[in-house]
Design a protein around this ligand. Structure first.
Ligand code: 6CS
Length: 284
């Protein structure tokens, strides 16, 4: 009796293992298969150099799209097609199926990690403020802006700098939503805002191109964390995210990751020194 029971269990187990073995490793990569068939991945970007940039000829560059393009190519998706979006609209656009991924320097924070499936870290940067030469209001932190009742600060809508300013106590009506870098620069130069805040490399890029001696960069903003982004995928597309991570890890390992991002001013070591898990658990 016992032998027959054992034989039945063994036969069942063998059939199960054979069945599993027949399932391809990436069986639930339906999304990846769809992107391969589509021939490109639709990425959301902000057009904020050096994170993301769209040239006059429409060519998409910047560290985040360049990494994404290389990873997708290795996954069998030949190219990326970008649409420009405000940071605050990127996650809703991803969730609504308008983008296949966000590769824009969208920094990992717990509330965003809860809403999307991030890859492992790609681009890290501290925060900066652009002010008039001489820093007339002596800003060093977002709290300094809060303390000065007359001070206003510009920041991207739905961006980390907007949130940091509000969390530091700057009232809503003194945090001015700015659509893009050139607008922020002009508003500061025209005296319509007292400071404009973006990540350090973005502010430095603006200053380099502005060629205006009457500007000063406060970097890093005291009390603001160093953030890192990852490529963001829709919840449910974890298999695609995992496949992205496998190729991203190979790029990091081979040194090609550094070759892509370091010419833009980013540190490969910074991204490789941390993880999605740590960044998604971080306080801010
Ligand atoms: O993740 C963000 O919200 C921020 N990331 C970048 C690259 N620029 C500004 C934005 O607020």
């Amino acid at each position: 009796m016992r032998l027959r029971y054992f034989m039945r269990v063994a036969a069942g187990a063998t059939a199960l293992i054979a069945g599993l073995a027949a399932v391809p490793a990436n069986a639930d990569d339906a999304k990846l298969e769809a992107l391969k068939a589509q021939g490109f991945a639709r990425i959301a970007i902000a057009n904020e150099p050096p994170f993301t940039a769209v040239g006059a000829d429409g060519k998409v560059s910047g560290a985040a799209p360049d990494v994404a393009r290389e990873v997708f190519k290795r996954l069998g998706v030949p190219d990326v097609v970008a649409s420009i979006s405000e940071y605050g609209a990127m996650i809703p656009g991803l969730q609504a199926g308008r983008h296949d991924a966000v590769t824009a320097g969208l920094f990992m924070k717990p509330e965003r990690c809860a809403a999307v499936a991030y890859s492992e870290p790609v681009l890290c940067d501290a925060e900066a403020m652009l002010v008039k030469k001489g820093n007339p209001k002596a800003f060093k932190s977002y709290a300094d802006v809060a303390k000065d009742q007359s001070a206003t600060i510009g920041a991207p809508g739905g961006g980390t700098e907007e949130k940091l300013a509000l969390e530091a106590g700057v009232p809503r009506d003194r945090v001015i939503v700015v659509p893009d870098g050139q607008s922020g620069l002009k508003m500061l130069q025209d005296g319509r805002i007292d400071a404009y805040s973006l990540p350090v490399l973005s502010i430095n890029d603006l200053v380099k191109k502005a060629n205006d001696p009457n500007l000063e960069v406060i970097a890093p903003v005291q009390g603001a964390p160093v953030y890192c982004d990852g490529a963001a995928f829709k919840k449910g597309d974890e298999a695609l995210r995992d496949a992205f991570d496998v190729e991203l890890a190979k790029l990091k390992e081979s040194g090609e990751f550094a070759k892509i991002i370091e010419p833009y001013g980013f540190s490969a070591a910074a991204a490789m020194s941390t993880t999605r898990e740590k960044l998604c658990a971080a306080a801010k």
